[in-house]
Ligand binder design. Structure first.
Ligand code: BGC
Length: 252
């Protein structure tokens, strides 16, 4: 039975039913714009619209959120409305939508999907997934086990928050060529590598569909690969959360 996965991003809210055994969407996903301002009730309204497109998948839902989620509570909101902070989002979504909802950080969900079905499959040791979108998300794995809520997009890079300089949206806003943007990403990756010495770094987010634009400019000691589930990773990981909650939430 497919499970609904929803990915709440800074710009879009995407969802689809997922075959969690195969790690793929069973229908083409639906994408609606994230409301402005992205206040909780407005966002829940859009999530409801996405869910309404898939009336057959009417069971529990896994939903990603672009901020820290600890024990079902949102603890940060860098790229969405600040009123999310300290909300019990699991309880709020469950009550408002009338079905069980479990929420997880977006990069953590995407990372779990990539580790199970994508570029990280079978990798032991320290693996880092970085997602480049509105912000920079991170998911850190040690021998396949997630260390949740690492938030490495907020590391300082040359006096600025890394995601303000090197996210995919920063490339567009600052009108950077792929080469110029990659130079920023390269600085960032070197910094992250110095801190964690991963053996594999997976680059995710929408840009992972165009690896030829930036991978050739990036040189680190670790193996560096694009994600293979691309923009679907968050949806797949969110749905996996519903059937495999213990694994994702272990450690907090
Ligand atoms: C948030 C992270 C999120 C990332 C990608 C950052 O601004 O703090 O929690 O994973 O953006 O959306």
């Amino acid at each position: 039975m497919p499970v609904m996965g929803i990915d709440i991003g800074g710009t879009g809210i995407k969802g689809a039913p997922v075959d969690t055994e195969a790690g793929r969407l069973t229908h083409e996903r639906v994408r609606l714009l994230t409301p402005e301002p992205s206040e909780p009730q407005a966002v829940i309204g859009v999530v409801r619209e996405v869910l309404a497109q898939f009336p057959d998948a009417d069971g529990p839902v896994g939903i990603t959120f672009p901020g820290v989620i600890k024990n079902g509570i949102a603890r940060s909101a860098a790229n969405v409305d600040k009123s999310w902070i300290d909300l019990d989002v699991d309880a709020l979504f469950t009550a408002t939508l009338g079905r069980p909802v479990t929420m997880v950080n977006d990069a953590d969900a995407a990372g779990v999907a990539e580790m199970r079905f994508g570029a990280g499959r079978g990798h032991k040791g320290t693996v880092l997934m970085l997602t480049f979108g509105t912000g920079i998300g991170s998911a850190l794995f040690v021998d396949g086990r997630l260390v949740p809520n690492t938030e490495l997009g907020h590391l300082e890079l040359n006096g600025h928050e890394a995601e303000h300089r090197a996210s995919a949206v920063a490339r567009e806003t600052h009108d950077l060529s792929w080469e110029k943007w990659s130079a920023r990403v390269q600085d960032y990756l070197r910094h992250v590598e110095m801190l964690f010495s991963p053996s594999l770094v997976i680059i995710g987010g929408g840009i992972s569909k165009k690896p030829e634009k930036f991978i050739p400019y990036l040189k680190i000691r670790a193996d560096l690969v694009p994600a293979t589930l691309h923009n679907d990773a968050g949806i797949v990981g969110a749905a996996m959360l519903v059937i495999d909650e213990g694994r994702l939430t272990a450690g907090g």
